[in-house]
Design a binder for this molecule. Sequence first.
Ligand SMILES: Cc1cc2nc3c(=O)[nH]c(=O)nc-3n(C[C@H](O)[C@H](O)[C@H](O)COP(=O)(O)O)c2cc1C
Length: 255
Amino acid sequence: MGTSSFSFEKIRNGVVLAELGGYGDGPYCAKHGAGAALVMLGTYIVDAGDSVPYPAHFVFKPGRSNYARYLQEHIGIARASGTQVGISVISVNISDTLEFLKVVQEAGADYASLCVHSTMKMFLRVGLGSALCRRENWENLRKWAKEILKAAQIPVIFKIGIHDTPDTIEAVDVIADAGIPIVHINVGNTGPGSKGLAMLERLRSKCPFLIGGGGVKDIEGARRVLKAGADAVAIGTAAMKDPDFCGRIQNLLTV
Ligand SMILES: Cc1cc2nc3c(=O)[nH]c(=O)nc-3n(C[C@H](O)[C@H](O)[C@H](O)COP(=O)(O)O)c2cc1C
């Protein structure tokens, strides 16, 4: 699917409830994402035999029968937040990821996100997770983008971090050139004068739609992220602490 087929107006200048593994299931998103523009259900790790530090109901073995019912149910519940719903997916295996994406789409999600953010060993060991942003793994990054785009009928987000700063800026070019319409970057700290804000400024206009976040604690923080060049602002920890936070910030951004 090409970038031009989608409109992102519903989420532009809005709040995204960031994915929180171990927390971000349907009921969490309905409560903590109420009033936001988009809620991201927590990372669904398609377990290929490795262990991950999340409660059992966030971890699925490959195969649609292991997660189809969960996705139907939790997307439905998350919709009670009145927002668009996205789901994060990551697996060590591309065919398992694509199957998961298919079921996510059947379950009615509006967005899917590939977690290129993880620093878990099981991903780094095979050049995935945040390692995908490293120059030596860009061929694989392109391959994952291409395969995912072929299967995607909904907009796909690539979520990255700033673990490999020198390569990160160019990795965004690689992702955008491959046709992925949205990059979500966790820059860690978005305080005034921070490196995170400078990073967002450098990424401005590099991809069709940029979600930025990291350490947003108040409306000033959200405004700084948008002013620096993000098209939407992601919030994780502050929303976890205060279930009304996302809705409040979204309201303030709208007026
Ligand atoms: C408890 C916790 C769990 C998280 N789990 C995930 C995850 O599963 N996948 C992911 O991409 N990011 C995950 N993150 C990162 C958040 O989505 C977000 O990008 C990050 O916390 C920065 O935003 P914040 O400072 O507003 O929390 C997690 C963060 C926290 C605090």
